[in-house]
Design a protein. Structure first.
Length: 253
């Protein structure tokens, strides 16, 4: 009985902490908004970034952080937050427009290749649910599928068309949700893209400080990380250029 009461008290304390934290985070968000209006951009950006680092990833918060960093002349951090916002909501108009504006500041910026229509459809589909949402759907349709099979096995003479079609649909939806759950989970945990944070970064021909300089990248350039050692990352650009640079110069998306 004592252990049960202790567990209940701990649970209530946890719930109270969560409920009390929400208003505090909202107050911080509003404070940052006020600082932004007062043109204290660095201070506002710092608060936005603290909220993001605490695990909040709403697109509006990320866009606000990008706006503040942009006004504070931190182009790399601005682009990073706009890209993160588009990762959460690929069709966010504010993030798309502000990212295009911020990229105009980037020296040597190379446009990403435009998405084909089927790539846009896939992008819309992957963001229809979160990875947890796809996984939950897969579990639900799996049990519906099992229930359909059991119903047909228990009463073999009772196989109405509706039951057979229902089981078939549950099978297809289970496969779809399972496939999408795995795909979106892998996508969410694969950080193969990043933003250059250094003002000027020399790209090498090999993962060695003494190797030949190939070209330079400037703050805000988006790169694809294709390989990595302990200290160096191999990157590629949309125009086909590749090379090695220090991994510390890249902030992974």
């Amino acid at each position: 009985m004592k252990k049960t009461l202790t567990a209940i008290c701990a649970l209530l304390l946890l719930v109270c902490n969560v409920l009390s934290a929400a208003p505090d985070q909202q107050q911080q968000f509003e404070k940052a908004n006020q600082l932004y209006k007062q043109k204290q951009y660095s201070e506002a950006a710092g608060i936005y970034q603290q909220l993001i680092d605490q695990g909040y990833s709403q697109p509006q918060l990320l866009v606000n952080a990008g706006n503040a960093w942009y006004r504070a002349n931190k182009t790399g951090l601005a682009i990073y937050n706009y890209e993160k916002a588009l990762g959460e909501d690929p069709f966010n108009k504010s993030a798309t427009h502000n990212l295009a504006v911020a990229n105009q500041r980037v020296e040597g910026y190379v446009n990403d290749l435009p998405l084909l229509f089927f790539q846009q459809w896939w992008l819309q589909l992957t963001h229809f649910h979160s990875p947890n949402g796809w996984a939950t759907g897969a579990i639900i349709f799996f049990w519906l599928l099992i229930a359909g099979f059991i119903a047909m096995l228990i009463v073999p003479s009772f196989k109405p068309v509706l039951l057979r079609w229902g089981t078939a649909v549950a099978s297809l939806l289970f496969i779809l949700y399972l496939t999408m759950g795995i795909s979106t989970y892998v996508l969410a945990n694969t950080h193969s893209e990043g933003i250059i944070m250094g003002s000027v970064v020399k790209v090498k021909s090999a993962p060695d400080q003494e190797s030949k300089d190939m070209f330079e990248l400037h703050e805000g350039v988006k790169v694809q990380v294709t390989d990595a050692t302990q200290e160096y990352c191999k990157i590629s650009l949309p125009d086909g250029k590749t090379g090695w640079l220090a991994c510390g110069e890249i902030r992974r998306l």
